[in-house]
Design a protein around this ligand. Sequence first.
Ligand SMILES: Nc1ncnc2c1ncn2[C@@H]1O[C@H](COP(=O)(O)OP(=O)(O)OP(=O)(O)O)[C@@H](O)[C@H]1O
Length: 257
Amino acid sequence: MSDAVLSSADAIALQAEGVSRYFGGLKAVEGVSLTLRRGELHAVIGTNGAGKSTLINLLSGELPPSAGRVILNGQEVTDWSQPRRARAGLGRSYQRNTVFLEFTVRENCRLAAQARWQRAWDWWTPAKRCAKAQAAAEDALARAGLRAVAERTAGTLSHGQKRQLEIAMCLASDPQVLLLDEPLAGMGPEETERMLALLGQLKTGHAILLVEHDMDAVFRVADRITVMVNGRVIASDLPDAIRQHREVRIAYLGDGH
Ligand SMILES: Nc1ncnc2c1ncn2[C@@H]1O[C@H](COP(=O)(O)OP(=O)(O)OP(=O)(O)O)[C@@H](O)[C@H]1O
């Protein structure tokens, strides 16, 4: 079959088709299909161990699926490595902090940008002379609202600023699709507000898949919500419909009324 998958809507940025991942006998992700559109923030929620991070790993290419297909911008990428998917426009952030604490905010962004364009490089050229990576890093710093602290050592940032920096590092690789794993974890109210504002802005130019436990935040920013329980999708709909969804209320929100 041809790599090119015909898509009726150009707006579709990323698709999972019947994606599964087994760890021995454990079905961590089972037959998940999901569509992520440009300009959309699509949240994936579910209880601990529901398979959300595993799903992100399958989409980003960090884990191969046991079954199913992943399609990025109309092209099947199931067999592509994570770096190859990143070069094709798929960016991700992690639950754990991946910032280099001893480097400045700007240096962290430049490193992330360099990873994106390394193929086009002469490795003997010092990093700071790579104009494309520099420009991408500066743009990412500005979009993430971190210009004022660009020269600060990352280790001196607040927790919320570090999470913002992670988003900036993701943006520095110039992705069209952002996979964000719990960007609000451990944030106070003010930091949460700042991050939600940032996500709202980023939505315009990106397709965003957000895994998040903060339900208030999810229902405020999400255009669509997919609910996972025990590796499976039990509902995928607009936020208002998810709120009313009986199975979701029983399985996840804790009541059936
Ligand atoms: N590398 C692995 N090897 C074995 N089991 C794994 C592995 N990664 C995840 N699992 C298991 O797969 C299931 C789904 O885990 P996953 O981390 O995807 O859930 P999650 O929804 O992201 O949970 P949380 O909200 O707690 O982060 C869990 O039972 C977990 O223990």
